[in-house]
Design a protein around this ligand. Structure first.
Ligand code: GRF
Length: 189
């Protein structure tokens, strides 16, 4: 299964996928990594591994629709079977979504705490259990059908950083397992 991975940040979820490939036996490969900004850790990780990268920045286009069309073209050049939004902090537009199925990983138990601040919002609400969700991307913000979830307890004294780090440990495992499962069962195509 050919994966295109979209990143905005440090890229540890991407790294988990690359590590799974390197360990041998993963039924997927990462054929390209795209970022919405320059200088992401994710793009550095990809380059270090010899995976092609591109940057597609919203401010470089006249409109969000033009950005969406350019991103769709850049992805299509690599013929991915599936796109993984792994810490990609942009809402994907209709052209991308018309061309390929996309899965997203989110650091909260959807449908609670969607949006860019899932960990912060869960902590601020005072929940005792939060976690992460892998879901299909639709035209909403973190609204698509849920594929898998993992629970993480909130510990006394947790900070945004400590909680997010424990969520990300589960998130990386979940993502590898979900993609392994999706590679085996292609009924979603
Ligand atoms: C993940 O927790 C993702 O769900 C959130 O940002 C984090 C990205 O981490 N949106 P990384 O860039 O994969 O390390």
């Amino acid at each position: 299964m050919r994966l295109a991975v979209l990143v905005s940040g440090s890229g540890t979820n991407l790294q988990a996928l690359l590590d799974a490939v390197d360990a041998g036996g993963a039924p997927f490969e990462v054929v390209v990594v795209g970022a919405d900004r320059d200088g992401t850790g994710g793009a550095e990780r990809a380059a270090a591994r010899g995976v092609p990268t591109f940057v597609c920045r919203v401010p470089d286009f006249d409109s969000r629709a033009d950005w969406d069309a350019a991103l769709a073209r850049l992805l299509a050049e690599h013929s991915p079977d599936l796109v993984v939004s792994a810490g990609f902090m942009k809402v994907l537009g209709p052209e991308v979504l018309a061309g390929v199925r996309v899965v997203n990983t989110h650091p909260a138990l959807l449908p609670s705490f969607p949006g860019a601040h899932g960990v912060r919002d869960a902590l601020a609400h005072g929940v005792r259990v939060t976690g992460c969700t892998c879901h299909w991307v639709d035209d909403g913000v973190d609204t698509g059908p849920i594929i898998d979830q993992r629970a993480v307890r909130v510990e006394d004294g947790d900070t945004l950083e400590s909680l997010h780090e424990r969520i990300k440990v589960e998130e990386r495992r979940m993502l590898v397992e979900v993609l392994t499962h999706l590679a085996a069962d292609r009924s979603w195509r």
